[in-house]
Design a protein around this ligand. Structure first.
Ligand SMILES: C[S@@+](CC[C@H](N)C(=O)[O-])C[C@H]1O[C@@H](n2cnc3c(N)ncnc32)[C@H](O)[C@@H]1O
Length: 935
């Protein structure tokens, strides 16, 4: 144990291991003593301490830290202990008389206040010492303690929960007033060790030797060859000796003559109890020569403790064949059919058979588990991919199922003769036929369903198919997992989320959703009642209308057809295809007629519905758009949007009332603007004459390109109007001082009709800058722009805001650091509460000190120029600390900084610089001294 062991096992490198490293303890076990002392306080009051089994010295370190200065601390161990300040150590076996003598010589007349014992017999290192079991070692240490302890002293020892435990406790109680068993938190739960703290040594004048005689103390204990035989059929399950060192288990390397094993009626017990089979007896030597005793068997016999299940089976087989060979067993009647079972039954060992059967069953169930886990992992993976938007539920079905068979096997379709159609991209497949072929009839939705419902159902069905594919057992469509339903629900939910995301992204989908929500378009009605066809799931197939012109189709998503137009408006294209397809139902005459009805705007009802979609809302420029802008519902929407925008803008507004007032004003303004526009239209009684070709000249009219126009619009929406001219224009419109036609008129300026052909580029450029119409501006408009700029100026600039945030962040980081340090101090086990509080107070003081640092006194820089040039003493009008500076100084400072920066650069450069300097110095010397040159 004295050796440094490699800590490899799981959890070995625990908190205490790291703490020990941090605090410089040689072993994590140091914390056990720290914690024991915390509970019983035996170290602080002690002057002499003996640590039995002290290597590597963790406990000694703790003792020397906790005990008063100049205490006598002695450590003994089989392994040498690296020297420690103020600690005497020696290498000795604590069970020997020599150890006793050395201790006596070291302590002289002194007696110990505390005797510690944390010993554990070495396994594998020194067989002689290992003859002592843990309990015996404890008794030995107690023996030493009784000899060296002061009256009233303490004895702290480690014991293991074993049969001897009670006996040991009884002995302790005879010798000490207080005996308590405890398990410090740092002692691993998996370890069976307990620490017994015996206080107030009674120091009897004479102790009955029986008290300290292992034979006597542990007399009730069966000291025979203990040790549970190993489970040979599950050698890997052999319980590790976490409890420490079970009595007798670690010391005995047991060898048995192979013949004994062959003879024994309980071969499995023998296999688990011995380390080696030897071939020393005459019988076993014969066995050794037998052909059955292969080299492999011989090797197995060398070390039984390292064998696996297979090896044990081989050994049992070998034993059987030898028994048959030598006539210990009779050959069993050959059972024709079952070869495998012969082996097991012939073992003649019920336990073996059971074990074998159990292991086979376990194997099978393990395989089963693995298969199930793999399937679950696949589902999990798909779910994750779906969450990441890498796939959509409908994609999942395209993946292969567990058995490597695609759910949508093209072979299946080909067999059914539909592959050709699919290849052609022809969707004109008879759904019923198709359903029958694919055996997925229930998942296909027929009729003109609510598109949302269609896609949801489709998604669901696909997900279900996919799940089934994952959990399927060779063709069965029923999942055997309990969590299927739950998983299915999750997937449904995810699909809904996916759809919502799609809606957010896709304007077309949004338009569709809006249509559905408004109830304006819910698919074509069969009976004109406005209700969707709820019979779509009916068994009776939907009848396709005879009239091609009146039939329509809806793609399965229902959102749009191949051209990207909603199915309703592109029906002509698909009429022919859909006419054959009973899945797709067209319009009847009444519906067609209804759609063709003209609305007030002059568009047919169908067209209006189409242009009512959100995606057309952004389009501007025609009068219809203006009219639509008057539409009340739209107005409401816009108002809402505006309100939101205002809310964002209104951060500076103080009270609700102000906000409300502001909104009212805005609405009034808006209304006025609308009225003004309407008024314009009323006034615009001008008959619009189509323009001649010459007026259609782009160059003539394109004040601004579309791009430029949209850029300006964006700018205005983002930053509002930023020029006084624009503001004047806007104000005059709002205040009804100008009309739309005025503005148009104003556009006809001399610049607008200026001939540009043949003019040089420089001239045109110049003109563009200077020959521009002088637009009028008003005082009010300028004031508004000015105020806006002022407000903008008053806002903190980004850099300052960032710097402030950085400062805040740094302060928070610092605080966290201090908190961590304080926590670490708090967690430290081996310092008193007082020390902890002092430590934490120091930390806080340090932090506060940094915060309360006095700011440096400002030094005023006075430039030595003008009347200050060459002035002696304090320059006039300067108060407080000052420093005279001049341009020379500035230059020199810069030069110094530059040099320092250069010096910081690469060493190589410095090195070269030095060499160059040296060379030049040498040259100079040579120049100065011509004699040297000749030399
Ligand atoms: C768990 S370690 C002790 C660790 C020690 N308390 C520390 O904190 O560093 C157990 C020690 O018992 C020692 N040991 C076992 N049998 C012994 C014996 N008969 N005499 C002396 N030391 C023994 C081993 O050499 C080993 O170093």
């Amino acid at each position: 144990m004295g050796k440094i062991q490699k800590k490899t096992g799981k959890g070995r490198l625990d908190k205490y291991y790291h703490m020990a490293k941090e605090q410089g303890y040689r072993a994590r076990s140091a914390f056990k003593l720290v914690q024991l002392n915390k509970k019983y306080n035996f170290l602080e009051r002690s002057k002499v301490l003996i640590d039995l089994c002290a290597a590597p010295g963790g406990w000694l370190q703790v003792a020397s830290k906790m005990m008063p200065v100049s205490s006598l601390i002695v450590g003994v161990d089989l392994a040498p202990i690296k020297p420690l300040p103020n600690v005497i150590t020696f290498v000795e076996d604590i069970t020997t008389e020599k150890c006793r003598a050395t201790l006596r010589a070291t302590l002289k007349t002194w007696k110990a206040d505390v005797v510690l014992h944390d010993g554990a017999p070495n396994v594998g290192a020194a067989w002689v010492q290992d003859a002592f079991t843990q309990s015996e070692l404890v008794l030995q240490s107690l023996k030493l303690a009784t000899e060296f302890l002061n009256k009233g002293g303490s004895f702290v020892t480690k014991v293991f929960r074993s049969k001897d435990y009670n006996n040991l406790m009884w002995v302790f109680q005879q010798l000490f007033k207080k005996v308590e068993a405890t398990k410090p938190p740092s002692s691993r739960n998996v370890s069976a060790e307990i620490f017994v703290v015996c206080r107030d040594f009674l120091a009897p004048k004479k102790i009955d030797p029986k008290f300290l005689d292992p034979k006597h103390v542990f007399s009730e204990v069966d000291t025979g060859m203990v040790g549970q035989p190993m489970d040979v059929f599950h050698p890997e399950k052999h319980k590790r000796q976490r409890e420490g060192y079970e009595d007798g288990n670690y010391t005995l390397h047991k060898t048995l003559d192979a013949w004994e094993f062959i003879k024994d009626a309980e071969p499995i017990t023998v296999l688990g109890s011995f380390n080696q089979f030897s071939f020393t007896s005459d019988e076993s030597r014969n066995v050794f020569k037998s052909t059955e005793t292969t080299n492999e068997i011989k090797e197995c016999c060398e070390d039984l403790k390292v064998l696996g299940k297979k090896d044990f089976k081989n050994l049992l087989k070998w034993r059987l064949s030898i028994r048959l060979e030598v006539g210990l067993d009779k050959k069993p009647e050959p059972k024709a059919a079952v070869q495998e079972t012969v082996e097991v039954t012939a073992l003649d060992d019920v336990e073996a058979v059971e074990e074998h059967a159990a292991s086979a069953a376990a194997d099978e169930s393990r395989q089963d588990r693995i298969r199930r886990r793999q399937k679950n992992e696949r589902v999990q993976k798909n779910v994750q991919r779906m969450q990441l938007g890498m796939i959509i539920p409908t994609d999942i079905g395209l993946e292969q199922d567990a058995d490597g068979q695609s759910l949508f096997s093209l072979t299946n379709i080909q067999k059914a003769g539909s592959l050709k159609m699919v290849r052609k991209g022809d969707t004109d497949v008879d759904p019923e036929e198709f359903n029958a072929e694919m055996d997925m009839g229930e998942d296909i939705v027929t009729g003109e369903q609510d598109t949302k419902a269609i896609s949801r159902r489709k998604g669901k069905s696909m997900v279900k198919e996919d799940l089934d594919a994952e959990f399927i057992n060779d063709g069965g469509m029923v999942s055997d997992q309990e969590g299927d339903a739950e998983l299915m629900e999750d997937l449904d939910e995810m699909y809904e989320q996916y759809k919502e995301r799609q809606l957010e992204r896709d304007a077309k989908m949004r338009a569709k959703a809006k249509r559905e929500d408004k109830g304006e378009w819910k698919g074509f009605k069969k009976n004109g009642s406005g209700e969707e066809d709820s019979d779509s799931d009916d068994d009776t197939p939907n009848q396709a209308p005879q009239n091609d012109d009146t039939s329509d189709s809806d793609s399965d998503s229902g959102a749009e057809d191949e051209d990207g137009l909603p199915g309703a408006y592109n029906h002509k294209k698909t009429i022919k295809k859909s006419s054959k397809n009973p899945l797709l139902v067209g319009l009847d005459d009444a519906e067609q007629a209804e759609l063709r009805q003209k609305t007030e705007s002059g568009l047919t009802k169908g067209a209006k519905m189409f242009f009512d979609q959100d995606m057309f809302k952004g389009l501007v420029g025609d009068d219809e758009e203006d009219e639509e802008a008057d539409d009340e519902s739209n107005d409401d929407d816009e108002e809402e949007e505006e309100d939101e925008a205002e809310e964002a803008e209104d951060v500076e507004m103080d009270s609700d009332e102000e906000i409300r007032q502001f909104r009212r004003d805005r609405k009034t303004l808006k209304r006025k603007a609308t009225e003004a526009a309407e008024g314009d239209e009323e006034e615009d009684d001008i008959e619009m004459v189509p323009l001649g070709k010459e007026f259609m000249d782009d160059e003539m009219w394109d004040g601004e390109s579309d791009e430029e126009d949209s850029r300006k619009r964006k700018q205005i929406s983002e930053y509002s109007l930023i020029t006084a001219e624009a503001m004047t224009l806007a104000q005059s419109l709002v205040n009804k001082k100008a009309t739309k036609s005025d503005l148009i008129d104003q556009g006809f300026t001399k610049q607008a009709f200026a001939e540009k052909d043949g003019l040089p580029a420089w001239f045109l450029e110049d003109e563009e800058h200077h020959n521009v119409p002088n637009l009028p501006i008003t005082k009010e408009a300028v004031q508004v722009i000015r105020d806006r700029m002022k407000a903008l100026d008053a806002r903190p600039i980004k850099k300052i805001a960032e710097a402030k945030a950085r400062k805040k962040y740094k302060a928070a980081q610092k605080l966290m650091k201090i908190q961590k340090k304080a926590d670490a101090i708090n967690d430290t086990e081996d310092i008193s509460e007082k020390e902890k509080s002092i430590g934490i107070a120091k930390l806080l003081a340090k932090a506060a000190g940094a915060k309360n640092k006095k700011p440096k006194k400002e030094v005023q820089l006075v430039v030595a120029k003008g009347h200050n040039r060459g002035a002696k003493g304090r320059p006039k009008g300067v108060k407080g600390r000052y420093k005279m500076v001049d341009s020379r100084m500035k230059k020199e400072m810069r030069a110094t900084k530059r040099i320092a920066k250069k010096a910081k650069g690469s060493n190589r450069r410095n090195y070269l610089f030095v060499i160059v300097t040296l060379i030049s110095v040498d040259d100079m010397t040579l120049l100065e001294d011509p004699c040297k040159r000749t030399g």
